[in-house]
Design a binder for this molecule. Structure first.
Ligand code: UFG
Length: 341
C-alpha cells in the first residue's frame, strides 16, 4: 500500500517524503514542477537511499491522475499541491482558485472513484484570520475572515473536506494548520529556494546573507504587541513539520474514520529581529537590514497552541531557532558548491 504525495517535489512535500521513506513507508510522488525542480526527486533518493515511483502529473489533469490510481495500490494521500504566494494570489485570484480549489476537488473525486478515503491536507494558520487580541491560535477557534485569495483557498478546502466527511463518514481526514515553516534538511540537499525576489522572511535573509540582495527590509519596528517592536511568528523547522505529517498519517492509519484538525507550530513566537540576529550569530555572516513601514495585511504576532498535536499525535517541534538558521544557510552553501562543480 502506497502513500501518494501530490506536490511531493516542493519544499514541505520533499521533506515529508524523506521522513515517510525513513519510516519505511512506500510513497509515490506526483508533481507538475510548477514551483519545484526535477532534481529534487533524485535528492530525496540520495538522502534516504530508497527508491519510489514518480509521475509528472498535474492535479487538474483528471485522466493522468486516474491512471496513477489505476496503476497503483494507494492507501492514503497527503496533498501538498498548490500555489502559495500571498501577493500573487491578490493579483491573480482566479489562477489560485482554479489551481488550488479545482485541483483539490479533482483529486478528491479521483480518490472517491477509487475508494481511497484517507487524506492529509496542508492547511495554514492563515485560516484563523485576524483575531484582534487573540494571538495564540487553538483548534477550537472557528475559521476567521481570510485576508487574501491564497488564504481563502486553504479555508475553502477545509470547508470542502468537512462537507465530504459529513456526506460520508467513512472518510478519514487530517487538516494540518502550519505556522511558519523555515529551515532545510540537514544534508543541505533539499530546502526552499524561491525564484526571483522572495516574499517570506527566511528566504529573503538567505539571499541577503549570500549577497544576492543587498539588504533586508524589516517591515515595521513599532508593533506594541511584541517585545522589540518587530513582527513575531511561530517559526518551525521544516523537518519537524515533515515529522508531523508522519504522525498525522499514523493517526489516520489507527483510526477507521474521522475528521481531525491540528496546529503544527512550536508554540513559541520569535520576532523578526530575533531571527535576523540569530541568523547572523549562528552562521557568522552579515545580514544588513533597515526598518521600513509595516507590510499591508501583516498581523503583529500570532503563534500556535500546540497542545492538541502533542496530546493526540505525540508530536512536538524539537529543533531550535539556531537549527533553522544553520540548516537554511547550509542549504544555500551546498547549492553554491554544486553550482561551482
Ligand atoms: N518580513 C520582513 N521582511 C521581509 C519579509 C517578511 O520584515 O522581507 C516579516 C513580516 O512582516 C512578518 C514576518 O517577517 O512579520 C514573517 O513574514 P513571512 O512573509 O515570512 O510570513 P507570514 O507570516 O506573512 O506568512 C506565512 C506564510 C503564509 C501563511 C502565513 C500564516 O507565508 O503562507 O504565514 O500562516 F499564510
Amino acid at each position: 500500500m502506497a502513500i501518494l504525495l501530490p506536490g511531493g517535489a516542493g519544499y514541505i512535500g520533499s521533506h515529508t517524503a524523506v521522513e515517510l521513506l525513513n519510516a519505511g513507508k512506500e510513497i509515490i510522488i506526483i508533481d507538475n514542477f510548477s514551483n519545484s525542480k526535477p532534481e529534487v526527486i533524485d535528492k530525496i533518493k540520495q538522502i534516504t537511499g530508497k527508491d519510489f515511483k514518480f509521475y509528472e502529473v498535474d492535479c487538474l489533469d483528471r485522466q493522468s491522475l486516474e491512471k496513477v490510481f489505476e496503476e497503483n495500490d494507494i492507501d492514503a494521500v497527503i496533498n501538498f499541491a498548490g500555489f502559495k504566494a500571498v501577493g500573487e494570489s491578490v493579483k491573480e485570484p482566479l489562477k489560485y482558485y482554479h489551481n488550488n480549489i479545482t485541483g483539490a476537488v479533482v483529486l478528491l473525486q479521483t480518490m472517491q472513484k477509487y475508494g481511497v478515503k484517507k487524506f492529509v491536507f496542508s492547511s495554514s494558520a492563515t485560516v484563523y484570520g485576524d483575531r484582534g487580541k487573540e494571538i495564540k491560535y487553538v483548534e477550537t477557534m472557528k475559521r476567521g475572515e481570510t485576508t487574501n485569495p491564497y488564504g481563502t483557498t486553504k479555508s475553502m478546502i477545509e470547508k470542502i473536506l468537512e462537507d465530504v466527511y459529513f456526506a460520508d463518514n467513512d472518510w478519514d481526514i487530517a487538516l494540518l494548520r502550519y505556522f511558519n515553516p523555515v529551515g532545510a534538511h540537514e544534508s543541505g540537499l533539499i530546502g526552499e529556494n524561491p525564484q526571483g525576489i522572495p516574499n517570506n522572511l527566511m528566504p529573503y535573509i538567505m539571499k541577503v546573507a549570500n549577497k544576492e540582495l543587498d539588504h533586508l527590509n524589516i517591515f515595521g519596528n513599532d508593533y506594541k504587541e511584541t517585545k522589540d517592536g518587530t513582527g513575531a511568528r511561530d517559526f518551525l523547522h521544516v523537518v519537524d513539520l515533515a515529522k508531523g505529517h508522519l504522525k498525522a498519517l499514523e493517526k489516520l492509519e489507527k483510526e477507521k474514520s474521522g475528521l481531525y484538525v491540528y496546529n503544527l507550530g512550536t508554540g513559541t513566537p520569535y520576532t523578526v529581529q530575533e531571527m535576523v540576529d540569530t541568523f547572523k550569530r549562528t552562521n557568522n555572516v552579515d545580514v544588513p537590514y533597515e526598518y521600513v513601514g509595516r507590510r499591508a495585511g501583516d498581523l503583529p504576532i500570532f503563534y500556535a497552541d500546540s497542545t492538541k498535536a502533542k496530546k493526540e499525535l505525540d508530536w512536538t517541534a524539537e529543533k531550535t531557532l539556531e537549527d533553522m538558521c544553520k540548516d537554511s544557510w547550509n542549504y544555500i552553501k551546498q547549492m553554491e558548491k554544486n553550482k561551482g562543480e
